[in-house]
Design a protein around this ligand. Structure first.
Ligand SMILES: C[S@@+](CC[C@H](N)C(=O)[O-])C[C@H]1O[C@@H](n2cnc3c(N)ncnc32)[C@H](O)[C@@H]1O
Ligand SMILES: Nc1nc2[nH]cc(C(=O)O)c2c(=O)[nH]1
Ligand code: SF4
Ligand SMILES: [Mg+2]
Length: 237
């Protein structure tokens, strides 16, 4: 079986984002991304600063590591990155987890489709808004979304400003049948910032204030990143 480039294995913790926010889960974070968002909270997955720490691991080894740090303490694993959708051979890992009765979630930005993605229980696609300084190829996004079961997919757009909000509305209009999460952007990537919780909550409140009067956004979920409210942008939580 093929090996997977892994940068972090941690948990149990709460899933801080999206459709299963609050769910007790383990995280497996893969290395490498095809984007370089200016506000990426996991830059170490692609900027080269941690390249010595990347381990090429077999699915069985990742499972053993998960069990050794949290023996029988989980029934859910979230795969994030970087962009785990760059990896051609995650099928074996996903089916190994399913064989053990473990649910599997995946975080990706929607630039690549792999056949194993149809096996994921909760797939979050997070198209990148203008503030990221990335230009999302919307045809590519559409190709990925068309391959997936709408009931297992959610969209999650990170919002820092009005342009991002407009972008989220455009995406929501294109895919009204897919659940849409608006997630407030975290500008405090240095986790030593003072008062991060009250600052983040006030950004969250501003986003709520934007959405509530908007009759075109009656079907959306508006969330903070729960883990950053608690722990700022600390690694490994
Ligand atoms: C680090 S990314 C990894 C998965 C994939 N590359 C993606 O972007 O969807 C995980 C999630 O964190 C979100 N994210 C990254 N930086 C953020 C920030 N500064 N504030 C809020 N959300 C952020 C991304 O949009 C994505 O939904
Ligand atoms: N607790 C927690 N929840 C998360 N949800 C998505 C995360 C990610 O980095 O993809 C993340 C993360 O890094 N930590
Ligand atoms: S796509 Fe995800 S991992 Fe890649 S740079 Fe953007 S936020 Fe970071
Ligand atoms: Mg994160």
């Amino acid at each position: 079986m093929m090996k997977i480039p892994v940068l972090e294995i941690f948990g149990p913790t709460i899933q801080g984002e999206g459709a299963v926010i609050g769910r007790k889960t383990m995280f497996v974070r893969t290395a490498g991304c095809d984007f370089s968002c200016v506000w990426c909270d996991s830059k170490f997955t692609w900027d080269g600063t941690m390249k010595e720490e990347i381990e090429m691991l077999l699915p069985e080894t990742i499972y053993e590591r998960l069990q050794s740090i949290a023996p029988n303490q989980f029934s859910h694993v979230t795969i994030s990155g970087g962009n785990p959708a760059l990896i051609k051979n995650l099928a074996g890992f996903v089916s190994l987890l399913h064989d053990k009765d473990i649910e599997v979630a995946l975080e990706t930005q929607g630039t690549k489709f792999q056949s194993w993605m149809t096996e994921i229980d909760q797939l979050t696609i997070s198209p990148k808004p203008p503030s990221s300084m990335m230009t999302h190829d919307l045809d590519q996004l559409d190709t990925v979304i068309r391959e997936l079961d709408p009931d297992k997919v959610t969209l999650k757009v990170v919002i820092f400003n009005d342009e991002d909000y407009h972008f989220s509305k455009m995406i929501h209009k294109c895919y009204p049948h897919i659940k849409m999460y608006l997630q407030v952007g975290n500008p405090y990537l240095d986790d030593t910032v003072e008062d991060h919780t009250s600052r983040l909550l006030s950004h969250y409140e501003s986003l709520i204030d934007k959405v509530m009067p908007d009759s075109e956004m009656n079907n959306v979920y508006v969330t903070p990143q729960l883990h950053t409210l608690l722990w700022s942008n600390k690694k490994g939580v």
